[in-house]
Design a protein around this ligand. Structure first.
Ligand code: 3NM
Length: 537
């Protein structure tokens, strides 16, 4: 057999295999993305770097031009044994013998395209909603392009930005008839692993890959960009921001959880982690003192540009939206990216998140801009993060609750499952969930509600605990809460405490004493006082 025949057999065999969506390149010939680059060369480099499937997308070229470029691209992709799909144009795909097409919701119906292209052609469909995804499956699509994940300058007329939560909802709805799926919109090397983590409902229901335009086409070195993205996609399977490490056991028994807490408090005191606070002006002093008393090393810096350097330490970042200003958001985003990239934990306290349009938008932008290991807030704030009709809030306080215990437990559990992180909803009873375990915690004292910043300083305490106990972040958060709330109980029980003023100083002392007791191997401060209960959702 000569080489050409061997090559054709290999190429045909390749397309009988399941479609490999790991790294899906969509081309763009507009000056904003392609610049003065040579598309043919870029595609060749990208495939060499690891792109597994290519879609030729050009919304402006005339038919003749499309056929000419598609023919050249097809020669490249055939040589490299990856499929070439044509965006929208079934006629062009047919003319050049491409392996298939990618169709939008307003393009030719799948059945018609199938009739024209035949049963072996690859037909992909763009889906923005569960309904569109289900219709595509019914119509016989071979894969889905789901999005738009994040707003992107590459395509400004997208139907809707659905975020990682929207992608996860589509994947979940397709549970029974899994169609290979790839996400698109604003994906690049800095967020691809988070996208894969947050959309992966389970091993069975996760994305098969990601589709990118500018992250490769506009890259200085498309081969390097593709190879880096491929590596990140393939290694995201190890779950980059897990709530619990694979070798750790998710302890569910409350007595066993309580038993583990003093040791974690000890470890926290011994490790003295950095706690980087981007917090509001009202609580900076109080939060810094709480950090010192509990055993972390505080830095209060709202300048995002300091974060890349600070993120090199194995500490944690707190983003507390308490006094959000016009330039806060960009600083938060820079800092969050730095901590995400260093795989150090980030805690989000969406203070007053539902109170104004500016804060609601800030919550949305931050949720799209990075990964939060822990989101902590009162009921109003957690409802804002969850979204939907209940997301209203007056001021920064939660206001009277209208939800039952079961409803609150369900809210935190669903949000933790959706965001694939830890959710803490504070109140007279706290609700803590990692999506698998949901606890209520009834420690604390009403005096905590009479001093400013007690919730914010709890956020700082939690963040530094997560930094030192990454193997089970849920347990780390529980340890921080118990340290904090039992200290408050002990302070409030003292004879010298007559109100909020004397409470603050006694509270600082008790935070420090509990740390010292734990470092001396004592655990009775916790075992006799912790009031936690596991809730079934
Ligand atoms: N389709 P980038 S978003 C081609 O949502 C395309 O269906 C989208 O470009 C959709 O990777 C998009 O540069 C552009 O953000 C994606």
């Amino acid at each position: 057999m000569n080489n050409i025949v061997i090559f054709i057999i290999l190429a045909l065999a390749q397309f009988d295999m399941p479609i490999d969506l790991t790294l899906y390149l969509v081309t763009d010939s507009t000056p904003n993305v392609l610049g003065d680059g040579d598309l043919l060369h870029i595609v060749e480099e990208a495939v060499n770097g690891g792109v597994s499937i290519v879609q030729y997308r050009d919304k402006h070229a005339e038919t003749g031009e499309l056929i000419s470029m598609a023919t050249k691209l097809h020669q490249v992709t055939q040589r490299m044994a990856v499929p070439l799909l044509i965006n929208d144009r079934v006629d062009v795909a047919l003319a050049v013998g491409a392996e298939g097409v990618h169709l939008g919701q307003d393009d030719m119906p799948i059945a018609t395209a199938r009739k024209i292209l035949g049963k072996d052609a690859i037909i992909g469909i763009t889906a923005t909603s569960i309904e569109e995804a289900q219709a595509a499956h019914k119509g016989g699509a071979d894969y889905l392009g789901v999005g738009t994940v994040f707003a992107t300058p590459t395509k400004e007329d997208t139907k809707s930005i659905i975020g990682t939560a929207g992608i996860a909802a589509i994947l979940q709805a397709m549970e029974d008839f899994k169609l290979p799926s790839v996400a698109i919109g604003g994906i690049n090397a800095s967020n691809v692993q988070r996208v894969l983590h947050q959309t992966s409902i389970s091993a069975r229901h996760s994305l098969d890959g990601v589709a990118v335009v500018s992250a490769i086409v506009a890259a200085k070195d498309p081969r390097k960009a593709a190879s880096e993205l491929k590596y990140l996609v393939q290694n995201a399977a190890t779950k980059i921001y897990p709530a619990i490490l694979p070798n750790a056991v998710a302890v569910k028994d409350t007595a066993a959880l309580i038993q583990r807490v003093p040791n974690i408090v000890k470890k926290h005191g011994e490790t003295n982690p950095l706690c980087h606070n981007m917090t509001n002006l009202v609580v900076q002093n109080f939060a810094a003192n709480v950090c010192l008393a509990t055993g972390s090393s505080p830095i209060m810096s709202n300048n995002g540009n300091e974060a890349p350097e600070l993120a090199k330490f194995r500490g944690a970042l707190v983003i507390n939206m308490g006094t959000v200003t016009s330039d806060s958001l960009s600083n938060y985003l820079i800092a969050m990216k730095a901590y995400n990239a260093a795989l150090n934990p980030v805690l989000f306290d969406p203070v007053g998140g539902g109170a104004t349009t500016i804060r609601k938008d800030a919550v949305k932008n931050l949720m799209a801009g990075g990964f939060f290991d822990v989101i902590k807030g009162n009921e109003g704030e957690i409802k804002t993060v969850f979204g939907g009709p209940d997301a209203k809030q007056r001021g920064v306080d939660s206001g009277p609750s209208t939800s039952t215990t079961q409803e609150k437990a369900k809210l935190v559990t669903e949000l933790a499952r959706r965001e694939r992180n830890i959710i803490l909803m504070t109140g007279s009873m706290d609700f803590l969930s990692d999506g698998d375990r949901t606890l209520t915690i009834s420690n604390g004292t009403p005096l905590l509600g009479q001093i400013t910043g007690s919730g914010c300083a709890l956020g700082s305490t939690i963040a530094s605990y997560v930094a030192i106990h990454r193997e089970d972040k849920f347990l780390a958060v529980l340890a921080a809460i118990l340290h904090y709330e039992i200290a408050a109980e002990r302070a409030s029980a003292q004879k010298t405490v007559r109100g909020p003023g004397t409470f603050v100083s006694a509270f600082m002392d008790e935070l420090s004493l509990i740390r010292q007791e734990s470092m001396n191997g004592k655990d009775d401060w916790c075992s006799g006082a912790a009031k936690i209960e596991m809730t079934q959702v």
